[in-house]
Design a protein around this ligand. Structure first.
Ligand code: 5GP
Length: 212
């Protein structure tokens, strides 16, 4: 029989580089990691596939999932619902997998209270500082000024949730591979404290984030 797996919560604001850091884990690329596929009411972006990137559902369908207790957690983000279907997470855990939940902070808080501490590994991913975050959001070139300002404000709020996470990692420019490796190490029980991408606590994170 497999040893029961774990849930790996990864949160981070827009511009934290979450998806780059997590890309190697996609499609079973690294054992024993698997992605949880979230349900959402937002419209698919170009290239996104229903059932792989998200389960794209209507508002009504999402609310039915809530009513039936099918979601492990859910939250509203940018006026859309996002939630984690419970059954696949349970199944993957039974199979001994480490189930990645790439979710925002409200949902993360719900998952943290739904599981025992020993079943959860949590990582908060942050850009190095406010200026870098702003530069990254502007470099995308696809967002309006209003959108950029909204994301910056949201990032400031999300950072205040970092204290809930066992591990805070900083994603410096061009160093996402180190973050990916640190996540693997953390899951394998290796202490990340010596790494310079590791941040001791949320107070230190805020100091670094607002340093300039
Ligand atoms: P996006 O629309 O850019 O894919 O995701 C927006 C935000 O929703 C991101 O912070 C992402 O991590 C978060 N998110 C994605 N899926 C879920 C989910 O199932 N639950 C929660 N709470 N947040 C999610």
């Amino acid at each position: 029989m497999n040893k029961r797996g774990k849930v790996l919560i990864v949160s981070g604001s827009a511009g934290s580089g979450k998806s780059t850091v997590l890309t190697p884990f996609k499609d079973g690329g690294v054992e024993p990691f698997r992605f949880s596929v979230s349900a959402t009411t937002r419209v698919p972006r170009k290239g996104e596939i229903d059932g792989r990137d998200y389960l794209f559902v209507s508002h009504k369908e999402f609310e039915e999932m809530i009513e039936k207790g099918e979601l492990l957690e859910h939250a509203v983000f940018n006026k859309n619902y996002y939630g984690t279907p419970k059954a696949p997470v349970e199944r993957l855990m039974e199979e001994g997998k480490v189930v990645i939940l790439e979710i925002e902070v409200d949902g993360a808080e719900q998952v943290m209270s739904a599981f025992d501490d020993e079943d959860i590994i949590s990582v908060f991913l942050s850009p190095p500082d406010y200026k870098t975050l702003e530069a990254r959001l502007r470099a995308r070139g696809t967002n309006t000024e209003e959108d950029i300002l909204e994301r910056l404000e949201r990032a400031k709020v999300e950072i205040t949730y970092a204290r809930l996470y066992k591990n805070i990692l900083i994603n410096y420019d061009n160093r996402s591979e180190e973050v990916t490796r640190a996540i693997v190490d953390i899951v394998n029980g290796i202490d990340p404290k010596g790494l310079d991408i590791y941040c001791e606590n949320s107070v230190e994170l805020e100091k670094r984030f607002y340093k300039n």
